[in-house]
Design a protein around this ligand. Structure first.
Ligand SMILES: [Zn+2]
Length: 215
């Protein structure tokens, strides 16, 4: 599958982003967070473009050729490859936050179970955990970190609308769960986004353990 780049995008930049996505994907796959070709990952290229994983590829074997270019409407650019079915959730984040450059979406066991367990509340409220400080802007364990749980659907405009509704209500958003599905989180660069994802995986596991021991 060949990728033709617009003249405004340097091949070196695209290759660098594609490699960063593929490296992260293989590492997250090794952790068991991307079962059965699930999950998708992207990085911003410029104001109008992002690099994203091609649909259906094994994330444990991802390479540069498994990454494609899209525009901020989620359309393929310069390739006949098909982007992830959930591409609109990535472009939504890039459009809402010009400072965000990476979006990671995984389906770990902990994320999947937590989403089911907290779905009826519509939110996981994390409080009192030191590791909340791993999330950008969270300076103390005393603050509350709300991770909404949105109902799952195969119809992306519905999910996009739910995310928009949360943001339009003025509440902060650093990540969200989709019921029975997985988590989305983002950041300014790959290191920050990986930190968010790992912290949330740990915090969701802790919160479930705590609830299972509480009466
Ligand atoms: Zn998914």
């Amino acid at each position: 599958m060949s990728q033709v780049l617009p003249a405004t995008i340097s091949p070196e930049l695209f290759a660098q982003r594609a490699d960063a996505i593929a490296d992260a994907a293989r590492e997250l796959a090794a952790a068991g967070w991307t079962p059965a070709t699930s999950s998708n990952f992207s990085m911003r290229i410029d104001d109008d473009h992002a690099a994203i994983t091609i649909s259906g590829r094994d994330k444990g074997r991802l390479g540069r050729d498994d990454i494609m270019l899209i525009d901020m409407q989620g359309q393929a650019v310069g390739t006949s490859a098909r982007p992830s079915a959930e591409t609109d959730l990535h472009t939504q984040i890039y459009r809402r936050w010009p400072e965000m450059n990476v979006v990671l979406h995984t389906h770990s066991r902990t994320q999947s179970v937590a989403s089911r367990l907290f779905a009826h509340e519509g939110v996981v409220t994390l409080a009192g955990w030191e590791l909340q400080k791993a999330i950008a802007g969270q300076t103390t364990h005393d603050s509350e970190l709300a991770i909404p749980v949105f109902p799952n659907t195969q119809h992306m405009p519905e999910l996009v609308a739910q995310v928009d509704a949360w943001l339009d209500s003025g509440r902060p958003l650093h990540a969200y769960l989709i019921n029975g599905h997985g988590i989305y989180t983002w950041g300014r660069d790959m290191a920050e986004t990986r930190r968010h994802l790992e912290a949330l995986e740990f915090l969701l596991g802790c919160e479930m353990d705590l609830r299972s021991h509480s009466v």
